[in-house]
Design a protein. Structure first.
Length: 263
């Protein structure tokens, strides 16, 4: 379990997070949304100690992550970053094997158990057939599956995803998030997704946290947070939360930008 207590952070003199309190429950898929500059990615970076709070703390199973090594954190928390560009000619297996680095002895190779977990991660993400391909020859959707496989090879309890569908076409967006949701349901993984894509977030997330002005503005089930009034206030859009009549999935129907009334 992750627990965030009174988290405050600034870049120089500019506040980015201001008193954030949040508990992320085991096994849930939680979406973090909000307008540009509200602190979404900054919050995500605190969850694996890529940034250090000015005030407050992040607890991983009641342990302050500031007192844990990066290798210890990596045994619990894996990250799928916003960009999956890799310019070097690593094979898919090379990339996925990197997920086992927190568990390897210095100057030691992979054990039979490491190799089993690498194969298992590739099988779960359906990339075994690409094992010997160079990642810089693959499409964006294929690369994203490889990066997710690398994260799974860490055998984490928590996966953090920063705009995981940003550079993907529509079909690959569904494929990637279907995969993440399936792995969460099957393995009990906790998933934290930062995204601007409201229809995708409500389709896949059990709970949504809305940030505004560097604080939590609202948190709860998608239908509780994404009301027409809140979406108008936060994003300046006319939109409604509804069930898609075909897929029966939660979605947000966006009608357009609101016309601002003159003062």
């Amino acid at each position: 379990m992750l627990r965030i207590e009174d988290l405050r952070f600034s870049y120089k003199d500019k506040p980015v997070l201001d008193g954030v309190d949040l508990e992320i429950r085991p096994g849930e898929v939680i979406g973090i949304i909000g307008p540009n500059g509200c602190g979404k990615t900054t919050l995500l970076k605190h969850l694996n100690r890529n940034l250090h709070p000015a005030v407050g703390r992040v607890l991983l199973d009641d342990k302050d992550i500031e007192k844990m090594t990066k290798a210890d954190i990596a045994r619990y928390v894996a990250v799928v970053p916003q960009s999956n560009e890799i310019n070097f000619s690593f094979t898919v297996r090379d990339i996925v094997t990197m997920g086992r680095m927190p568990f390897l002895e210095k100057f030691g190779g992979e054990s039979s158990e490491d190799l089993r977990k690498i194969d298992e991660a590739m099988e779960k993400t359906n990339i075994m057939e690409f094992a010997d391909r160079f990642i810089n020859t693959m499409s964006g959707g294929e690369r994203q599956r490889v990066i997710i496989a690398r994260a799974l090879a860490q055998t984490p309890e928590i996966i953090l995803l920063d705009e995981p569908t940003l550079h993907l076409d529509i079909s690959n967006q569904f494929d990637v998030l279907d995969l993440v949701k399936k792995l969460s349901d099957a393995d009990g993984l906790t998933v934290v997704i930062v995204s601007h894509d409201l229809p995708m977030v409500v389709r896949y997330c059990d709970r949504i946290v809305m940030l505004k002005d560097h604080k939590i503005f609202a948190a709860g089930a998608p239908e509780e947070v994404l009301t027409p009034e809140i979406m108008k206030e936060i994003f300046n859009i006319d939109a409604v939360f509804e069930k898609d009549p075909v897929s029966k999935q939660n979605t947000v129907r966006i009608y357009g930008s609101c016309t601002k009334r003159p003062k």
